[in-house]
Design a protein around this ligand. Sequence first.
Ligand SMILES: NC(=O)c1ccc[n+]([C@@H]2O[C@H](COP(=O)([O-])OP(=O)(O)OC[C@H]3O[C@@H](n4cnc5c(N)ncnc54)[C@H](OP(=O)(O)O)[C@@H]3O)[C@@H](O)[C@H]2O)c1
Length: 222
Amino acid sequence: MRIGVIGATGPAGQAVAVQFAGIGFEVVVGSRSLDRANDTVSALHDRWEGRQLSLVPGDNEAASGADLVVVATPWDGVLSTVAALEGQLAGKIVVSMANALTKWGKNMVPLLPPTGSVAVAVARALPASRVVGAFHHLPAGPWSDLDHQLDADVLVCGDDREATSEVVGLVDRLPGLRGVDAGGLASALAIEALTAALLEVNRRYKTHAAIRLTGLPARREA
Ligand SMILES: NC(=O)c1ccc[n+]([C@@H]2O[C@H](COP(=O)([O-])OP(=O)(O)OC[C@H]3O[C@@H](n4cnc5c(N)ncnc54)[C@H](OP(=O)(O)O)[C@@H]3O)[C@@H](O)[C@H]2O)c1
């Protein structure tokens, strides 16, 4: 399976790209500019010299040609970006990780999109795609460090239950992460908004918090 990341030149997209490449996937590092994609891939290969990371630069259209596509642009760029790629994304799992947030004075606060969440807006814009929300709470800095694994749960939500399970399974393969099925796409409202609270935690404690749920049954080994 090839994974494409749209907006992979930013910290979040780079973290997704190196983590999946780190477990052996070929990852298309997408950007609106092929030059920026090339620069990003060179920088990642330099940083992780000695590791066999299969990172391929491309424009966002090339990234959307992959088998599973992660959208890692800022929330206000998501809709125009995916709408322009609707045809290429049809039939595919499209992972939305964007959080609609803004600053209110010094505080980071959630915004409420008319659809309730960015993920639902993506699903409306891509009726033929299998839209799943994931990765909203992972702090990109520590998560992009292949030498230090981030221990965290990833809340995954989607109305396509098979696609949601597939993404939970993929998350489980990433070092330190546990995928948790958080229900249908309606859960994205709470998941995305929670990111604002986590960023406030980070600001106050000068850290990069992630989440771990308690009370889940131990996972059976396959
Ligand atoms: N940063 C984190 O720790 C983190 C963690 C979890 C989730 N997220 C979510 O992940 C997404 C990306 O976060 P980020 O911090 O990496 O963001 P970012 O650096 O601001 O943007 C990522 C990339 O998106 C592209 N982009 C910027 N504006 C765009 C627009 N209007 N339309 C289309 N593409 C645009 C740019 O790439 P090109 O110019 O190369 O196209 C940029 O490098 C956000 O929605 C954020 O809420 C972030």
